[in-house]
Write a protein of this length. Sequence first.
Length: 266
Amino acid sequence: MTLLPAETAALAIRPRLPESPEVAIILGSGLSDFADTLTGQVIIPYNEIPHYPQPTVPGHVGKLVYGNVGHLPVLAAQGRFHYYEGHPLEMVSLPIHFFRCLGANILIITNAAGCAVTEWNEGDLMLITGHMDYTFIENAHDPVVLTGEPYHSQELLSLARTAANEAGINVREGIYAWCLGPTFETPAEIQEIRALGGHAAGMSTVPEIRAAAEAGLKVLGISCLTNYAAGIRDQPLNHEEVLATGQRVQETFARLVTGILAKLGP
């Protein structure tokens, strides 16, 4: 029987891990430092994983870091693959099936996103309560907002709210819009995304959410609102700003994610 790429990758990497991870985390642009907080680390560069490509976007390190939060085994991915990098959707979602083959039951997926809400602030963290596909790759009609199970675990959202409250972190909640990239969205596109119910826009995450739901993983999404989306403020957009804001909120982000993982521990 021919193995799928995710199965081949898992078979190659599993012997290097002390035990199966219960939680997998995808760390978005500028958020990779969270992996440094894990104890008992095993670091595996992507180029040592069969079928894994290398990320090409600044801020995406290209390493897996296995470790623990308390007694909870965690696998953190420092970097992701984007559709706009030229990867087919099957490759974009390959890590999700790889995590599942390794034994993960929960996916925490994070990203850097443009804020479409004038009253929110750069550096705010947003729990993703729903998503829309604004790429028009598969559907030429108005995007539909999808909330709730199986895409967004209500249990994990509740845990995240509690963890944020206990840590004194004021989190936002909203709808994430997946845009095609690699260019930033136009003011007109952001205006339409807002009209459709969106609160933040980015160039990733939704394909992984879909794959995780198909694979039976519980999913929690967190956006770091690293900049205002086009047209929200009278200022130019650039990726350097995204990375700088991600670095600035690393400590807050780490406290939130660690608090969530602590509530998932045995």
